[in-house]
Design a protein around this ligand. Structure first.
Ligand code: CMP
Length: 140
């Protein structure tokens, strides 16, 4: 089981000033932050990150949203990081997210859902490499 996953604090949450509060939730849940940066994604980069969703009806709106302002990718570490992080953030749709999850408390819609978390160990490693070089990841 991998111990790392990629998180992104998305433009809606960064724009509303929730970055610090969300990082505090992540640390309070026992994750270590091994890497972090603030980036404003180009259209090309956002399309590449979400390439698996190219055929979805929401793809163009999703790319518009992800390029609407800066976001904060994070490399986070925890036992069973992928599942632990997905539990912490809650369902994709905040209306369906459990009480106390990050999306329940900070997301506004199924698209503008405050945070991203990788959905498998394989994708976690790919997504970490999409944003971070090995020199930008700092083991605790
Ligand atoms: P994320 O976990 O980053 O993975 C894909 C993203 O697409 C998702 O969060 C949402 O931001 C967005 N998304 C997923 N499903 C829908 C939907 N039905 N309508 C609009 N956006 C969606």
């Amino acid at each position: 089981m991998s111990n790392r996953t990629l998180a992104i604090i998305k433009p809606d949450a960064v724009g509303k000033g929730y970055t610090g509060k969300i990082i505090d939730r992540i640390l309070s849940a026992g994750f270590n932050v091994l890497g972090a940066k603030l980036v404003h994604l180009s259209r090309e980069k956002a399309e590449g990150f979400y390439a698996v969703h190219t055929e979805r009806p929401f793809f163009n709106d999703l790319v518009d949203f992800m390029t609407s302002g800066p976001c904060m990718p994070l490399v986070v570490e925890h036992d069973g990081a992928v599942n632990a992080f997905r539990t912490l953030i809650g369902s994709t749709n905040p209306a369906e997210a459990d009480e106390g999850t990050i999306r329940k408390d900070f997301a506004e819609s199924i698209q503008n859902n405050a945070v991203h978390g990788s959905d498998s160990n394989e994708n976690a490693e790919k997504e970490i490499a999409f944003f971070f070089t090995s020199e930008e990841i700092h083991p605790n």
